[in-house]
Design a protein around this ligand. Structure first.
Ligand code: SAM
Length: 236
């Protein structure tokens, strides 16, 4: 018995991997994680479709084991890449305990769709050689490390937090003119990119009415200027 945890990509249905798409087409049961999986990815599949939203872990596990016992092929579809804020291990554990083998198929994370939307790099010579991925405190996280992490001065990618944009920028220990981008629904047809600074991005986000499904990128990579040439393309 084997289940596949598959990354659906950031939204554009063409941004799933070839392997992920093949598994979806072969599946008899696809359990998908709600609003961030583009319904177009599910259109025309022969599989039974189940939205995991509102389902308990126990109910989902039981459904998967029932299907696998009947010899069905099961795919658990997660937005972006399953390894980022996907909570897959807690789903795998009871399945593995029941003797189910698991396989993970990576996906294009929204962080990469966001950087593509900005036509920039997340690491950029002379600007930032590192990338910090994090999230703010909220209902499922008591305390965050935004202030301490922001002090590194590297590119900062903040998931799951656009509804708290004002608290987030207030907690960053960065100059007020540090560039910030908010990318809503990266790679979807209604993608929106807001550019600002630590000083003014919250006001722009509130004015645009964006309060979910967006990524916050902080740092000079957002500006696409001031970088140094790499040695990759030098004359030899
Ligand atoms: C539960 S996390 C899942 C992240 C996902 N595993 C990934 O790799 O993109 C959901 C958060 O990811 C970000 N997100 C997911 N899809 C997005 C998209 N298309 N554009 C911008 N942000 C997105 C948002 O911050 C959202 O609140």
């Amino acid at each position: 018995m084997k289940i596949y945890f598959v990354g659906a990509g950031p939204g554009d249905p063409d941004l799933i991997t070839v392997k992920g798409k093949r598994l979806l087409e072969e599946a008899d049961l696809v359990i998908f994680a709600g609003s961030l999986v583009n319904p177009k990815l599910l259109q025309g599949l022969k599989a039974e479709l189940m939205d995991s939203n509102g389902l308990s872990l126990e109910a989902t596990t039981a459904k998967i084991i029932d299907a696998l016992t009947l010899g069905k092929k099961v795919v658990r579809l997660h937005s972006g890449d399953p390894s980022l804020y996907g909570a897959i291990l807690e789903q795998m554990r009871p399945l593995e305990e029941a003797g189910v083998e698991v396989d993970v198929v990576p996906g294009v994370s929204s962080i990469f769709a966001a950087s593509a939307a900005l036509k920039t790099q997340l690491t950029l010579k002379g600007i930032s050689e590192s990338l910090i991925i994090t999230r703010p405190a909220g209902t499922t996280l008591e305390k965050d490390e935004l202030t301490a992490l922001s002090r590194h001065g590297t590119t900062l990618a903040i998931f799951l937090g656009v509804d708290k944009i004002r608290d987030i920028v207030d907690s960053l220990d960065r100059p007020r003119d540090t560039p910030v981008a908010v990318i809503y629904h990266a790679s979807w047809p209604d993608q929106e990119v807001l550019l600002g600074t630590v000083q003014d991005i919250a006001q722009k986000v509130e004015a645009a009415g964006i309060n979910r499904s967006a990524l916050i990128l902080v740092g000079n990579v957002v500006k696409r200027t001031g970088f140094r040439r790499s040695h990759l393309y030098r004359d030899r």
